[in-house]
Design a binder for this molecule. Structure first.
Ligand SMILES: Cc1cc2nc3c(=O)[nH]c(=O)nc-3n(C[C@H](O)[C@H](O)[C@H](O)COP(=O)(O)OP(=O)(O)OC[C@H]3O[C@@H](n4cnc5c(N)ncnc54)[C@H](O)[C@@H]3O)c2cc1C
Length: 483
């Protein structure tokens, strides 16, 4: 059995001490008291069974929350086992509050590095501007952190009973009816449940199945029938632990994220460098530079995969970095398996549910990777949905539909705002010429109250309603208590 967090004791003292070292109060000194609700704990019996397709961050968070809620579930994933490819995601106070409530905060902080600032540079390394992010801890309760993705998945998996997860199950087909839902996998396996949640990422097969049904019934909005908006390719890699004498930024307690925007051989590119935990550095390049005329068709078509990266690494190895070395040095210190190619796509789907099926995470809202929203919003979806499923006492289709409608209504507005922030950043980096330079100079030299006005709007910091609350450590209150 996975341990219940209701009985786990988490020592919170000194959580950020290795980062703060006497700078400010530790995370244990909370700012405002939490809500005064009376937690009910796990349900004595599960009124229905949930089938989750996808063991990414969203699916695993959903599984772990259902475990705490006492709701029966099973997770299927097409991979042969837990993820091992090194990559990172971003987490902020928006999700770290629920992570703390679930007793996972200390362990998450061991695989995280807080961000101190984001510096924008030109290709000659001169500074365009700098955004300080240290204040986020006081305002929203936690620093913005770069978290190791595979380790986070493994942490969530360690809290999920083994019998609740099945690997090597690629779901191909869904049959949904009045009394239940059935998924058929590529190896012939069939799984049945009362509710199906597609947490299977940007190219979700659950979404495709759902949309096929809706199209046949002439119920699919036109915009949902259109493909994901693909703009360009990106390549993301993570180095092995670096020698901190040679690369002091890799060993620093805080991560100074550097972005270089410019042209190389006439091709526009954006280079990101983010020191992560374990003295590693995440690097990524996006832009025209990555689209050689002879690029492999696979390079255009696949999601997070190692296809065709070798040819592309050759195109970017001479780019300058603020570490005083060319990017090729960092590529050379990155294991081949930890370099992945990513399609820069974004889309906010209108349809998130139908019948007994609903979607969460990138299956219903795909963000560009550098927006830092993908994992955060998938976790927030999971928390919101479990709070609503907890209140659902029977396996009746009309009640399930009402629950899904409430989930969509609660999440929709925040996601719309998150998209506008993400699209703004994306356009800012892509914008070329003097206009682009001017826009970036203005954005990276703005007073913090201007940047706050957009980040304030996506603050929700929800809790799981059925578990004991934890304090809201942020000084800036949020309008919605539980989403
Ligand atoms: C290998 C990998 C590396 C990533 N690296 C980064 C990064 O560097 N930066 C960043 O910002 N974001 C990255 N992401 C994306 C980030 O993890 C997501 O934005 C975020 O976690 C929310 O995603 P999700 O849970 O909705 O879907 P995902 O994390 O994409 O998980 C979807 C899961 O569904 C499974 N799946 C897909 N189709 C099927 C099917 N038919 N049947 C069964 N299972 C299926 C997949 O194997 C996967 O485990 C990465 C994702 C992956 C998969």
């Amino acid at each position: 059995m996975a341990p219940s967090i209701l009985s786990s004791k988490s020592s919170k003292s000194g959580l950020y001490s290795s980062f703060d070292s006497g700078r400010t109060s530790s995370i244990a000194s909370s700012s405002r008291s939490g809500s005064s609700h009376h937690p009910m704990g796990p349900k004595p019996f599960s009124p229905f069974k949930v089938l989750i397709v996808g063991a990414g961050v969203g699916g695993l968070m959903l599984g772990f929350c259902l475990e705490q809620a006492g709701i029966d579930y099973v997770i299927l994933d097409k991979m042969r086992g837990p993820p091992t490819t090194k990559s990172t995601i971003q987490m902020t106070g928006n999700t770290l509050r629920a992570i703390e409530q679930l007793g996972l905060l200390e362990e998450v902080m061991r695989i995280a590095k807080p961000v101190s600032s984001i510096v924008l540079r030109r290709p000659n390394m001169s500074t365009v501007g700098k955004i300080d992010t240290m204040y986020l801890k006081e305002r929203y309760g936690h620093y913005s952190c770069i978290v190791q993705r595979a380790e986070l998945c493994q942490l969530l998996l360690s809290r999920i009973p083994q019998e609740k997860i099945q690997w090597d199950r690629r779901v191909l087909e869904v049959v949904s009816g009045e009394i239940g839902v059935q998924c058929r996998c590529s190896n012939g396996h069939v799984e049945q449940a009362d509710i199906l949640i597609g947490a299977d990422g940007a190219h979700s097969s659950i979404r495709q199945n759902l949309y096929r049904t809706l199209r046949e019934k002439h119920m699919l909005p036109k915009s949902d029938a259109e493909p994901l908006k693909y703009t360009q390719n990106s390549i993301i890699g993570m180095t092995n632990p670096l020698d901190v004498e040679r690369y002091p930024a890799a060993g620093a307690r805080f991560s100074e994220v550097n972005i270089v925007v410019g042209k190389d051989d006439g091709s526009h590119y954006t280079l990101w460098l983010s020191p992560a935990s374990g003295n590693r550095v995440v690097w990524s390049v996006t832009g025209e530079l990555l689209s050689p005329e002879d690029s492999d068709a696979n390079f255009r078509q696949s999601e997070f995969g190692p296809e065709a990266v070798d040819a592309v690494c050759g195109l970017i190895q001479d780019l300058k970095t603020p570490f005083g070395c060319p990017l090729g040095d960092l590529i050379g210190q990155s294991q081949r398996d930890n370099i992945t190619k990513v399609m820069i796509e974004e889309k906010h789907y209108k349809t998130w549910f139908h019948g007994r099926t609903a979607l969460i995470g990138e299956a219903c809202h795909k963000f560009v990777p550098f927006s830092g929203q993908g994992a955060e919003q998938a976790i927030l979806d999971a928390v919101c949905l479990v709070n609503l499923l907890y209140k659902l006492d029977q396996n009746s289709l009309p009640d399930i539909i009402k629950t899904f409608q409430a989930y969509h209504d609660k999440r929709h507005q925040v996601l719309k705002t998150a998209f506008s922030v993400s699209s703004y950043m994306s356009n800012l980096m892509d914008s070329q010429g003097l206009t682009g330079e001017l826009k970036r100079t203005m954005t990276f030299n703005m007073p913090s109250w201007v940047t706050n006005s957009s980040t304030d709007k996506i603050q929700v910091r929800p809790l799981l309603d059925f578990l004991p609350a934890v304090d809201d450590r942020g000084s800036k209150s949020v309008s919605t208590k539980s989403v």
